[in-house]
Design a protein around this ligand. Sequence first.
Ligand code: DAH
Length: 335
Amino acid sequence: MQEELKKIVSNAINEIKEAKKENDLLNIKSKYLGKKSKLAELMSNLKSMSIEEKKKYGSLFNKIKKDLESKVNERITEVNVTKDIDFDDTLPVEAKLGSLHPVTIVAKEVTDILKRMGFSVVSGPEMEEEYFNFVALNIPDDHPARDMQDTYYLDNGKLLRTHTSPNQVHAMQKYGAPIRMCAPGRCFRNEDLDASHENTFFQVEGMVIDKNISIGNLMYTMKELLSAIFERDVDVRVRPGFFPFVEPGVEIDCSCLICGGKGCPTCKNSGWIELCPGGMIHPNVLKESGIDPEVYNGFAFGLGITRLAMMKYKIDDIRVLNSGDLRVLDKFNVE
Ligand code: DAH
């Protein structure tokens, strides 16, 4: 009888292990523990046994019953957790694809256009040295221009770059002249946040250094760039502007995209929209980076792509762009 019981138990355990569905396990339970089971049949022999044997086999039967029952129950819990889901793999699935951030889209557009104009794309660190962010750009320690940019200074003596202009210095020092480069990137300023101010925003720096470069080259480049971005012919004009790393410095305006230059509330009836600053690179900046200002000169510009994305997609609150709110950001999906 011992042998027979052993066999029953080991068969039952194997079947329990292999079973994949709750229903199968319930069938196994009744097969091995039910009224018509082999075990029940053997148990009915108890009646004709001696008292000694009754004691011995009685508790053995009980133990086997309990063990198998708890094994079945454990396995039922297991298969229900890892239950294979029956599904029809021919049904169409409505997959929700991710989308590019509006600033990423515009940054890519701008750099693609500049690439076609022969610019290479470079990048620099967001955690920057004071030397690259200020000093090499002709902004010494006590220069009032430092107040224009509320800087986040870090404990390690570095700072979060306040603009992409330090990339000019990196590129000049690395590649020398002549050079045509652009550098998209994230910048940081300790601003009070409102609908048009963020402490984190994006710019694209552009720079061309060669022989006999003039402000005309800058204007032509901007006209081509902006016309390509806005997919229509725009005019540009320059007004004087001040930045220590350019001389002369300019503010570049483009003809109003809404009224085409006739005058409307968006452009405050001027027909022009202020777009980005730029200028002819200051000789001190060229010199500091090892380029002879007697031989080479160049222009640079710093295009605010966060602002450009807002204009292009008619976003009226800058904070949306850093919010991670997919209900808003998903609208700008590209193919
Ligand atoms: N870096 C300046 C800023 O963020 C913008 C700028 C002005 C960039 C003139 C230029 C430039 O390249 O020539 O405030």
